[in-house]
Design a binder for this molecule. Structure first.
Ligand SMILES: *Cc1c(COP(=O)(O)O)cnc(C)c1O
Length: 400
């Protein structure tokens, strides 16, 4: 197959893409139009929890496609009930609403918190609707989730914003306390800021937030679109700090690559009434059947411990690479990790790694001085070694 610029120009321009068309993927590898293979540390942007084209997803899709694709969200269907049961049996939450993207799940979380705030007004009768979020956070690309996000520049892009999202500083409990007013209803955060550059909230901060929100009768919302579904070595990252949030959102990994997301809440918070929330594709059996296949895989004995172990292996290998090339360090949880380069060579590394031969390497640089690793949770030690060796040769050639 050939790459033709005139053909890709039919797609609306939204971002610069390399002149490559991807046609196949298996596990940690993807193949382009010319037959070149790439070791893929993006994995669909941290969505392919089980790697490219796992058999269990192909089987779930084929079986469900031949049975029932969409009975309408007005009726119950079998896979959505099964997936909701799997999620609630293995978390602190009682109720699940399915969505098709992380942003949509977060919109649902914002609506649920605002509804709960209306039903539980402040002592002075104030309608509570403000949700404290964090600088450098990312919650999606709808207007409300962009407003909730703390990405620099997003406050003026597509202005006016949706109001009601004051920003605190991650890991600074005083900055949160300072923003609480009679109209505050919730605090929302990513247990590890993903797009912001893999910045973990500390265990102490998560615990302090839970104490503070409880004391002040505020909801604690965790956006686990990136950190959830095994990525951080527990099924959900909030479990790492031993707390129980009120609301959680999932996306990315839950679908193993297909569009599936979820909003989960404790029973006492699940206060939607008919007409408040819905959507044509929400909880459709084709996608929720895939979600069941993914979650069952993550729950197999030994799977989650293997994510932790491989995260440690990647960490150790990254630190060796730092020592060898004079890089700054590394951070992260489980298999959501970042390499701190100490200099702004991220974009050059991404390009050179992709273009190297015979096998290329796909990497992400969310900041110029940082690489983010988001491999399949099924990655092998040999594939980690291969990535580190390839990265080392790219850095050497850039330094030369
Ligand atoms: C990716 C991401 C989102 C948005 O998910 P989409 O499926 O792209 O809408 C929201 N929150 C976090 C933490 C994310 O990483």
């Amino acid at each position: 197959m050939e790459f033709k610029q005139s053909a890709v120009d039919h797609l609306m321009f939204i971002t610069n893409r390399p002149p490559l068309i991807f046609v196949e993927g298996k596990g940690m590898f993807m193949t382009d139009h010319a037959g070149k293979q790439y070791l893929d540390f993006l994995q669909g942007w941290a969505v392919n929890a089980l790697g490219h084209a796992p058999q269990c997803i192909a089987d779930a899709l084929v079986a469900q496609a031949g049975k029932l694709i969409n009975p309408s969200p007005a009726f119950y269907n079998v896979p959505s009930i099964e997936l909701a049961t799997l999620l609630t049996d293995n978390s602190t939450f009682d109720r699940v609403f399915f969505a098709s993207s992380g942003a949509e799940a977060n919109e649902g979380a914002i609506k649920l918190a605002r509804k709960w705030g209306r039903m539980n007004p402040a002592a002075d009768g104030s309608h509570r609707y403000e949700i404290i979020t964090f600088d450098h956070s990312f919650h999606g690309r709808t207007l409300a989730t962009m407003s909730a996000s703390g990405k620099p520049g997003w406050d003026t892009l597509f202005a006016p914003q949706v109001p009601g999202f004051p920003k605190a500083d991650l890991n600074d409990i005083a900055s949160v306390e300072h923003l609480i007013t009679p109209t505050t209803v919730a605090v929302m955060l990513e247990p590890v800021q993903g797009e912001g550059g893999v910045i973990p909230a500390t265990r102490e901060f998560m615990q302090a937030l839970r104490r503070l929100t409880k004391e002040r009768n505020l909801l604690l919302i965790v956006d686990e679109v990136q950190t959830g579904c095994g990525r951080c070595g527990e099924l959900f990252a909030y479990q790492l700090s031993g707390i129980e949030p009120d609301i959680m959102t999932l996306g990315k990994g839950i679908g193993g690559g297909v569009p599936l997301a979820a909003l989960l809440a404790k029973e006492a918070i699940a206060c939607f009434e008919p007409g408040d929330q819905g959507g044509t594709y929400n909880g459709n059996p084709l996608m929720t059947a895939v979600g069941c296949a993914v979650i069952k895989e993550l729950l197999k004995p030994g799977f989650l411990p293997s994510v932790l172990e491989k995260g440690e292996y990647l960490r150790a290998a990254s630190l060796k690479l730092c020592a060898k090339h004079g890089l700054k360090g590394e951070r992260g949880e489980g298999l959501l990790r970042a390499l701190e380069l100490g200099r702004d060579i991220g974009p050059q590394i991404v390009n050179a790694a992709r273009d190297m031969g015979p096998v290329g390497l796909l990497l992400n640089s969310p900041r110029p001085d940082l690489l983010r690793f988001m491999p399949a949770l099924t990655i092998t030690h040999a594939e980690i070694d291969q990535m580190i060796a390839m990265l080392s040769s790219v850095i050497s050639s850039l330094d030369a």
